[in-house]
Design a protein. Structure first.
Length: 153
């Protein structure tokens, strides 16, 4: 598996799945930084999307993983950061395509929709799939152009 360090975060609804994913990564000798939450007590997902998205956007981590109940809130919050391409993946195919075509750098999982074994397969696929480049690189350049335009205000 990809041995680059990862940063992880979750809200309360994603806590159990985050812990299961973290255990698999640690067992695979992948360096992991856990940005929280640290238990099942109710918290707000943007508070945990922020440190992961900021770290990836700043280049302190090449990739991150976020987990909330549906995955939708974390994806919305993370994608507010320039340079972050957060992809909600519910299966291996979407994980593969998110890397191959979109060069996703934040994987978002749905804690209430994804069992630990499926999550393990999704994470493995996401970590092992490289960006294809080519025609897809042109599209990412267009996204960067949108980000630059929006952040001039």
């Amino acid at each position: 598996m990809n041995m680059q360090p990862l940063i992880l975060g979750s809200d309360h609804a994603g806590y159990d799945l985050k812990e299961a994913v973290k255990a698999v990564l640690v067992k695979g000798n992948i360096p992991v930084t856990d940005a929280g939450t640290n238990g099942p007590e109710p918290v707000d997902y943007p508070d945990f999307a922020r440190p992961v998205a900021e770290a990836v956007a700043a280049g302190r981590f090449p990739r991150g993983i976020l987990v909330c109940g549906s995955g939708i809130g974390m994806a919305i919050a993370a994608n507010r950061y320039p340079g972050v391409r957060a992809a909600l993946c519910l299966d291996e195919e979407t994980a593969r395509l998110s890397r191959l075509h979109n060069d996703s750098n934040v994987l978002v999982l749905a804690g209430r929709k994804t069992d630990p074994e499926t999550a393990r397969r999704i994470v493995r696929t996401w970590l092992l799939t490289e960006f294809e480049g080519g025609r897809h690189a042109k599209r990412l350049d267009k996204i960067r152009g949108i980000e630059e335009t929006l952040h001039l205000k």
